[in-house]
Write a protein that binds this ligand. Structure first.
Ligand SMILES: Nc1ncnc2c1ncn2[C@@H]1O[C@H](COP(=O)(O)OP(=O)(O)OP(=O)(O)O)[C@@H](O)[C@H]1O
Ligand SMILES: [Mg+2]
Length: 278
């Protein structure tokens, strides 16, 4: 069953000799079980830091993360992460990569025959959902970037995480492959019982995938606003052309521009250009 994710008064300060950075300040976010939330915002606004803290890979300076109401300290099997770089094991085949978490579990806990059978069934099902059956015995370097990312997602889903955390997972893929991945991830979201928090730079991607889009702002990293997505559960690419979609995209882009400092940078540039001309 999917779990809720709550951050309460979450802050993170990175200390460095050159000064301290407030990567997150007082972030309150509540994601419902089986909700798909995307995080967007200017570079450096703390999206990855927030995701890493929720995943238990980074410690917050203050505040709390609660998974289904229980404070989370460190990583746990209830949460899985997928990053932009596929980080597959190059010496293992696609199938072996997907089963890797089971192998670790078996070594830790001692394995039974029924465990092996259950794991094989799950791995076969994931191969099929992700369209990877024909490459089950291939090695990662024989696959395209899109295929490698499918394997990484299947591997993350293998232990049935109740929360899936994805940091720009399609950032390195070309536009066409991304479109295919969007529909695949929506399909996965429908068939797997999981809550998804997904970071992206691409506002269109953020809207198309999510139930709600969280816009973050930098210096200090914080939530600027949360936008509900008025789309049905089953998505299709032509929805991107609807007036409501385009309107929301424009609104979110304006918020990012407004809070990123880009507008100020542009004003300074304009003034400098004017001076140079006169
Ligand atoms: N380990 C670290 N040490 C020091 N500062 C850090 C560290 N990690 C992140 N930061 C700083 O914290 C802020 C938030 O970084 P973060 O990577 O979370 O942003 P982001 O929104 O994911 O950016 P991007 O869109 O470029 O990936 C940035 O100013 C960054 O420089
Ligand atoms: Mg990041």
């Amino acid at each position: 069953m999917a779990k809720s994710v709550v951050t309460a008064g979450l802050s993170k300060v990175f200390e460095a000799p050159s000064g301290s950075t407030v990567a997150l300040q007082n972030v309150d976010l509540a994601v419902a079980p089986n909700e798909f939330v995307t995080l967007v915002g200017a570079s450096g606004c703390g999206k990855s830091t927030l995701l890493r803290i929720v995943g238990g890979l980074e410690r917050q300076s203050s505040g709390e993360v609660r998974i289904d109401g229980v404070p989370a300290i460190g990583p746990g099997v209830d949460r899985a992460m997928v990053f932009q770089h596929y980080s597959l094991y190059p010496w293992l085949t696609v199938m072996e990569n997907i089963k890797f978490s089971r192998r670790l579990k078996a070594q830790r806990e001692g394995i039974t025959c029924s465990d092996v059978e259950a794991a094989s069934g799950r791995a076969d099902a994931l191969l099929s959902v992700m369209g990877l059956e024909l490459v089950a015995d291939a090695y990662p370097n024989q696959l395209s970037g899109g295929m490698q990312q499918r394997v990484a997602i299947a591997r993350a889903l293998m232990p049935r995480p109740q929360v899936l955390l994805m940091d720009e997972p399609f950032g390195a893929l070309d536009a066409q492959t991304r479109e295919v991945m969007h529909d695949l991830i929506r399909h996965l979201f429908a068939v797997e019982q999981t809550t998804i928090v997904f970071v992206t730079h691409d506002v269109e991607e953020a809207i198309y995938l999510a139930d709600r889009v969280v816009v973050m702002a930098p210096r200090p990293g914080r939530i600027d606003g949360i936008h509900a997505v008025p789309l049905p559960a089953v998505r299709s690419p032509e929805m991107k052309l609807a007036a409501a979609f385009i309107g929301l995209k424009r609104e979110i882009l304006a918020r990012i521009r407004e809070t990123s400092g880009m507008k100020t940078d542009l004003d300074v540039l304009r003034k400098l250009t004017e001076k140079a001309v006169h």
